[in-house]
Design a binder for this molecule. Sequence first.
Ligand code: KIV
Ligand code: ZN
Length: 534
Amino acid sequence: MAHGATDMANKPVHRVDRVRIFDTTLRDGEQSAGAGLTVDEKIRIARQLSNLGVDVIEAGFAASSPGDFESVRRIAKEIERTSVASLARVVLDDVDAAGRALDGSSNPRIHTFVSSSMIHMEHQMRKDPEEILDMAVEAVRRAKHYVDDVEFSPMDATRTDQEFLYPLLEAVIAEGATTVNIPDTVGYSTPAEFGKLIRETIKRVPNIGEAVISVHCHNDLGLAVANSLAAVENGARQVEGCINGLGERAGNAALEEVIMGLQTRNDHFGVTTGIDTREIGPTSRLISNIFGFPIQSNKAIVGQNAFRHSSGIHQDAYLKERSTFEIMEPESVGWRGEALVLGKLSGRAGLRARLSDLGYHLTGDELVTLFPRYKLLADEKREVTDLDLEALMSEQNRVTDVQSLYKLESIKVVCGNLDTPTATIIIVSPDGSKQEATETGTGPVDAVCKAADSIFERSVNLTEFAISAVTEGIDAIGEVTIRVQAADGEIYAGRGADTDIIVASAKAYINAVNRMLTMDEQGSQPLGSMVREQ
Ligand code: KIV
Ligand code: ZN
């Protein structure tokens, strides 16, 4: 029996010691400032989340834009073994859009939400509690026309008057909500307080046994994972969060940390999940790559240093007995430290076999496209490691997922402390014509961007530039992440990888502009404003 569940012994849902993992990387994660994904990128992530074994994928917010509607629709159609959810405000048009987007899904869920704290009801919603309760009940009723599986969230629950919260939950459960979610929307709660809220919910909502209690914690005080785990100790049986802790503001609970907390300390929590933990590393790297948010080195579970032992004393003990300084096996979370190596003499079969070990199953055509790029890389580097291969694959996927409207043909740069940095770039335009431009700048990257700008038909501003080495050594692949701001204020990320960092920068800049044009064409918009506006 899970801790804190004893007082619920007569209620079936809390006897279940399986915690459901609800991934909202594609919805709350996409609300991270500076994030924006194309439909194809979302589908690639959804496939990987399904491999990871999450129970629910919140695929988006169907009513927020045509692009989001399309992502939910396509993910719901394709992903069969995982439940697919769409967010909807307690507005009937939103619920209808979610229902339509999920039509045809084998496992659909509508997740409807409304603000319930006084501060939100008064200032954001400008409605009184009775109106809010009626809207919530009506939205759940409408959602039940489309799906059996309905989740309800009272937004800002941790700052909601509990005398209003419990009747609200009781009313939506009576209407058929199968999951009630307790969001710590502003990351305000503490573990002891949040655990108590879950205990009280179990005590004070008479029909709570008919629904699963879920939690959704934000990380404003760095407590999202701790609060989620405290909730599980006290009877919550669904945890929501994002891989790599992405999400609005400081982000959501990092799911990989929640999952490994529950698994590693099973002696304490006494619960299981349906996650294949070996898929955590590949999922984290894929999401970092596609979102363009690098993972900090010391990030728990998925950081480069998470399983590296540096001090002599630690190394000595670790070599004698691993468990002296390791509480989890790196392989159990798909961590790739000591990478295997391919060389320039390796052939297609070797490349294909290694990629398949890494989870990339290439068709013959894909291998034909990739192989020359692999050869070029192998010529430049003595050894091609797993991390190099992953960089190569994400470069290849960028070309598939973001339309290659503009393509880099060639680049030539003059720079150094005696010269004015000057770049000449040749870009293939969407109509197939080759265009050349030369510009000077404050540095070589600035010159490259200015030269590219004079070719693009839409102007953008470079707002962020970061470079990291994929592997160690002088011949490492450089991975560049760039963010650009369009004239309407929207921000788009671009990434590029190459052994030449100026070429990587040019690729990243062009990728950001291509993403902007692709998302425009798909009618995608950032989600944040919709979730805040009721
Ligand atoms: O943080 C929050 O309250 C949310 C809701 C929409 C569940 O994201
Ligand atoms: Zn949230």
